[in-house]
Design a protein around this ligand. Structure first.
Ligand SMILES: C[S@@+](CC[C@H](N)C(=O)[O-])C[C@H]1O[C@@H](n2cnc3c(N)ncnc32)[C@H](O)[C@@H]1O
Length: 251
């Protein structure tokens, strides 16, 4: 299954708005947590991203708690509402401070348009095939909710179970082409949850193009943007070299 993709060179604030509307925007901006030259927080992109989202769309943003606390007002001012977050646990991490816990996780937070109810947002919640057999009975309702029949659902061993919000997934250490490259296994969960098949994903801070690689494999259309021209070129080569899995015939 292939889907069209393009990765543009430039500033996402100028380049991405006309490319929408997007079913899903993935954004992995510099967090602005350190004094490193490349780690400069980017201002002004949130209202543009909000305007480029379909009403049923959502925005998944990578960051640290520090970066989200520093930018919380900007999300609200842009008309974006918090939905939920995932904790990505890595097998190793950064140790900027000798006197603090070694940081082995990142946050990925989902937002949606404040003028849209959550029920209208595309949300194909992912499951894992590891349920255990049990019967779950609906909790007793208080009398004022009316006469609701007792209900239950039955799960079976190996059946679907709602995916958990803490995901332990190996990072790309040793094979990454970008210093903060995100693993396709993690991005795949975001893309399948929040973008319908054949839908359009916008990747506003593309880096290695890992989101583009994910979209090719998952059959979603993709527009990415990276400001560093040399990195954008490597990202294009990275995505182009990735062959989609051939359609299986069961043999
Ligand atoms: C945290 S990295 C993204 C890594 C990416 N998610 C991956 O998996 O490889 C952030 C990227 O945003 C780029 N960037 C910074 N400001 C930008 C802007 N205004 N427009 C587009 N890209 C920008 C940086 O050059 C950097 O490559």
């Amino acid at each position: 299954m292939t889907a069209p993709w393009t990765l543009l060179t430039g500033d996402c604030r100028a380049v991405m708005p006309p490319r929408g509307p997007f079913d899903l925007i993935v954004a992995d901006p510099p967090y602005g947590d350190t004094s490193l030259a490349w780690d400069r927080r980017v201002d002004g992109w949130l209202p543009l991203a909000r305007a480029a989202l379909r009403p049923s769309g959502s925005l998944w943003v990578f960051g640290s708690l520090r970066s989200f606390m520093a930018t919380a007002a900007a999300f609200e001012e842009a008309g974006l509402r918090y939905a939920q977050e995932i904790v990505w646990e890595k097998q190793n991490g950064s140790g900027f401070h000798a006197d603090r816990f070694k940081r082995v996780h990142e946050l990925v937070v989902q937002f949606y348009r404040a003028d849209t109810p959550w029920s209208a947002v595309h949300n194909a919640v992912q499951t894992t095939p590891d349920a255990t057999a049990r019967t779950v009975r609906r909790k007793q309702r208080p009398p004022h909710t009316g006469d609701i029949n007792a209900g239950h659902y039955v799960s079976r061993d190996g059946g679907p179970r709602l995916m958990r919000s803490v995901l332990a997934i190996r990072n790309c250490h040793g094979r990454a082409i970008h210093p903060t490259e995100k693993p396709v296994a993690l991005l795949d969960i975001l893309v399948r949850t929040s973008c319908p098949a054949g839908g359009l994903v916008g990747d506003w801070f593309a880096g290695s193009g890992a989101v583009g690689a994910t979209c090719r494999l998952a059959g979603r259309r993709y527009v990415g943007c990276e400001t560093d021209a040399a990195m954008a070129e490597r990202a294009r080569a990275h995505i182009a070299a990735l062959l989609p899995f051939p359609a299986g015939d069961g043999a």
